[in-house]
Design a binder for this molecule. Structure first.
Ligand code: G3I
Length: 352
């Protein structure tokens, strides 16, 4: 992948600045609901975090508290304390809620990892979804029904990620999850959520095709599926495949499903060290990505995976060689807006 040099970043930033200048005068488009994931530990400990969620977001998604790992410490119980707190906060502030995620092959409690038969997996999956979706019926409007069910490097013959669900239930694990969620809450929007749809690598084109085939299979069976969630963890050193994204958006439209951006941030570990340069390059990458998507389809929401650089999964997962702190999100560590927030403002205010 081409590295972004300082010269590229400055040129991109100049283009971005020019774009922003005209953007403000450009005829607006419908505002796109904007929000963020909320991590319960930080939510409880940092008042500025809570205030930023309140100030900037019209959508909230519990980052971890609706995962099996948080809900299901043991087979017979459900611990809704974290999720209830975040759901309560969002409803108090008139914010919409996304639920993440009813089925994932990761973030499972030990007992779930020990499931060993098809019957047991199906029974536990259905019981989980029935209990969780029923509890938040009328509160959580959109669910990531399945998360990351596509193989990291899929082929059309082997498209699915190797998870306990796939091993015990086969491809039907996806259908069971969607069917159950639709039965329990027929009004909920049901989404297949996944990553790596954005860059020009041939692997990505296969991932997009696999996503379309999964959706088509659900539709052909009359199983409700309403949207594709693009996590959009953008790599700073990779290009955005604007044409490929636009074709993907149009293909999703032909299948009658919406698109939503569900975990946007920028993995900046290969970007220049200088914070201002890095911030401009990250903002330009987000602008290129959003322009490509919005030029073909209006996303139902743009959700970032956190708001402030003070807290991000990227720090640990993609450490920079120079040891500098990651700068993946719209606000800096002091909750000051960065160029990325300026880009996002154009979409959440409808001036893009
Ligand atoms: O809650 C426990 C706490 O009780 C315990 O003391 C602590 C230390 O073991 O762990 C805490 O759980 C951690 C949890 O985050 C809450 O902080 C888990 O170990 C840790 O694995 C978990 O990481 C999350 C990860 O998903 C796995 O669930 C990250 O915060 C979260 O940002 C990340 O988000 C994922 C999306 O769900 C799917 N897409 C990719 C994205 C990034 O990996």
């Amino acid at each position: 992948m081409s590295r972004i040099t300082r010269r590229d970043a400055l040129a991109a930033a100049a283009g971005l600045a020019a774009g922003l200048a005209t953007g403000a005068a450009r005829a607006g488009r419908a505002p796109i609901p904007f929000g963020s994931a909320a991590q319960i530990e930080t939510f409880r400990s940092d008042p500025r975090y809570r205030e930023a969620l309140r100030r900037y977001c019209s959508v909230i998604v519990p980052m971890n508290d609706l995962k099996w790992e948080a809900l299901r410490h043991d087979r017979n119980g459900f611990d809704f304390s974290g999720a209830d707190e975040l759901v309560g906060f969002a409803r108090q502030n008139g914010q919409a809620l996304r639920g993440h995620a009813l089925l994932w092959g990761m973030a499972l409690p030990p007992w779930a990892k020990e499931m060993s038969t098809k019957a047991e997996a199906e029974r536990e999956l259905i019981r989980h979804i029935e209990t969780v979706v029923d509890r938040y019926k009328g509160k959580i409007a959109t669910w990531d029904v399945v998360n990351e069910v596509i193989a990291h490097e899929p082929t059309l013959d082997n498209p699915y990620r190797d998870t306990i669900w796939q091993r015990l239930l086969g491809p039907e694990h996806i259908e069971i999850a969607f069917k159950t969620a639709a039965r329990v809450d027929p009004k909920a929007r049901l989404v297949i959520n996944d990553y790596d749809f954005e860059d020009p690598d041939p692997r990505i084109a296969v991932r997009r095709e696999v996503a379309l085939r999964i959706i088509r299979r659900l539709k052909d069976k009359g199983i409700p599926v309403h949207g594709l969630g693009m996590q959009a963890h953008l790599y700073g050193e990779r290009a955005i495949d604007s044409h490929g994204l636009q074709q993907f958006m149009l293909a999703l439209g032909k299948l009658g499903v919406d698109v939503e951006i569900t975990e946007l941030d920028v993995i900046d570990w290969k970007l220049p060290a200088d914070p201002a340069t890095r911030d401009r390059a990250a903002a330009s990458l987000v602008a290129t990505f959003l322009n490509a998507v919005v030029s073909a389809r209006q996303p139902k929401a743009i959700v970032t995976w956190g708001l402030s650089d003070r807290y991000s999964w990227i720090e640990e997962t993609f450490p920079r060689q120079d040891g500098a702190k990651a700068r993946p999100l719209p606000l800096d560590t002091e909750y000051k807006p960065k160029p990325m927030m300026t880009v996002l403002d154009r979409y959440r205010r409808g001036t893009a």
